[in-house]
Design a protein around this ligand. Structure first.
Ligand code: PMP
Length: 480
């Protein structure tokens, strides 16, 4: 299946592909040639257990999804200016999973396109311009979204915060501004929501009015953060009182990943005004959607400006999305996400009893994060440990990644076909890796404490044996 050798692929990629398009494991990238279920295979047919691919939602190359795409492609693919069934069937499926206020769909090709359209709808409907977004958030790669993605605009080479963008703290109860060792979760939810209220007041008096508050329902780039239960309802009230609308970005966490519901916002018992979805929707095929209220869709319509998207909602994309929906239902993958996610969460918590590096375990369904720390008291992030874990797990053929503002949170968001056996493999390996880290840290600590002794030993030896100081020092280190 490999058409070009791995070495040549790397060389040609360097030459032909923009250098900003970065790879996982930059120093020694993986070349994946095929994938099935929760496994990816490299050019030597080595299998890797995939814990990070939330796009291959119902499993890589699921036959029902592949067949749906192939069959539709063999019959018809065209833009959606012609009537066809797949788009209607798909829209109906989506609407059936939504609260009653969300009744209208716009089909697009990516999560970024969905969020860009969501911002446009919000600005048109409210007549306002300003956007409230969260610290560490990522909402897409389009210019409009880099502007509201603190994760990107805040980088040293980033564009910085634009005046129409207001930044609220990430509602993180573990390492955020308000923490669970000082406040109750309820207080934390209210305190973070109060910040949004203040930003609303500021945008109303000093800005161009609040058009939208946008947030992921669970925050992935923020470090697998699960906001307090009362947070969104209070935020939505503040935003609506200020004349804005509320956008739930479900691009990463939607389509049943949380198990209990189709959409993560449903766990918070709120009704957004706009919901965006993407990634898992096509199981790897580019298809995404914006769902909104009749009133917002009508405001957009009354501008008189037609919305046309060449590929958005084409018959092939929609046939694929329908197959994804059907597979989730047929294979009970939401139930699986609940059961396996709970098992993963519990095993992570048990691991935390063995390893002080684990400061916090948080999650919902198959969206779980392990926050690695240097010290449980101070909660200081342990990025080094996270880097070793990601690298060593890869060597053991398990793919995990690290995220969060300090890159110390190990993320799990595997395909929903992930099993309890897979969890056992992951946790047993992680246990071993954390033991290695502990041994390494102990050795380093020993070396360091010996080094502190070294100056006096050096002086003693140097004067006794009159050997060069450096040699005495090296002897001491070696003998440990
Ligand atoms: N929103 C969120 C929360 C995302 O994680 C992403 C992609 N990582 C996007 C939007 C953008 O989606 P896409 O890459 O499909 O444009």
């Amino acid at each position: 299946m490999e058409q070009i050798s791995k070495t040549e692929t790397i060389a040609l990629r360097k030459k032909l592909i923009g250098p900003s398009c970065q790879l996982f494991f930059r120093d020694d990238p993986l070349k994946i040639v095929r994938a099935k279920g929760q496994y990816m295979y490299d050019e030597q047919d080595t299998a890797y257990l995939d814990c990070i691919n939330n796009v291959a939602h119902v499993g890589h190359c699921h036959p029902e999804v592949v067949n749906a795409g192939c069959n539709q492609m063999a019959v018809l693919n065209t833009n959606n200016r012609f009537l066809h069934d797949e788009i209607i069937l798909c829209a109906q499926k989506i609407i059936d999973t939504m609260p009653d206020n969300l009744e209208v769909c716009f089909f697009v090709n990516s999560g970024s396109e969905a969020n860009d359209l969501a911002l446009r709808l919000a600005q048109i409907h409210t007549g306002n311009k300003d956007v409230i977004t969260l610290e560490h958030a990522y909402h897409g790669h389009l210019t409009s979204l880099i502007d509201i993605s603190h994760y990107k605009f805040n980088l040293p080479g980033g564009v910085g915060r634009k005046p129409h963008v207001h930044l609220a703290s990430c509602p993180d109860s573990y390492r955020g501004r308000y923490r669970d060792n000082e406040y109750s979760l309820e207080e934390i939810g209210t305190l973070y929501a109060e910040e949004v209220k203040e930003l609303c007041a500021f945008a109303t008096s000093d800005g161009a009015g609040v058009s939208a508050y946008i947030a992921e329902s669970l925050l992935s780039c923020g470090g697998q953060v699960i906001p307090p239960k009362n947070y969104f309802s209070q935020v939505y009230e503040h935003v609506r009182n200020a004349g804005g609308v509320c956008i739930a970005d479900e691009v990463q966490v939607g389509f049943g990943r949380v198990g209990s519901h189709w959409w993560a916002f449903q766990d918070y018992d709120v009704k957004p005004d706009i919901v965006t979805m993407g990634k898992p929707m096509g199981n790897g095929h580019p298809v995404a959607c914006v769902v909104t209220t009749r009133a917002i869709a009508d405001s957009f319509f009354h501008t008189g400006v037609e919305y046309f998207n060449t590929y958005g909602g084409n018959p092939v994309s929609c046939a694929i999305a329908n197959a994804v929906f059907n597979t989730i239902e047929k294979e009970h993958l939401r139930e699986q996400a609940s059961a396996v996610g709970k098992y993963l969460f519990e095993r992570c918590q048990m691991l935390a009893k063995r390893h002080n590096y684990i400061g916090d375990v948080r999650g919902m369904g198959l969206f779980v994060g392990i926050d690695l720390v240097k010290d449980r008291e101070t909660r200081e992030a342990n990025k080094e440990c996270a880097q070793i874990v990601v690298q060593r797990m890869r060597e053991e053929h398990i793919l995990v990644s690290a995220d969060g503002p300090e890159c110390n949170v190990i993320k799990f968001k595997p395909p929903m076909v992930f099993t309890k056996d897979n969890v056992d493999t992951v946790i047993n390996t992680l246990d071993q890796v954390l033991l290695e880290v502990r041994q390494r840290d102990r050795l380093e600590a020993k070396i360091k404490s010996r080094q502190n002794l070294v100056p006096s030993i050096i002086a003693e030896h140097a004067s006794k044996a009159q050997r060069p100081v450096r040699a005495v020092y090296q002897d001491n280190v070696k003998s440990i």
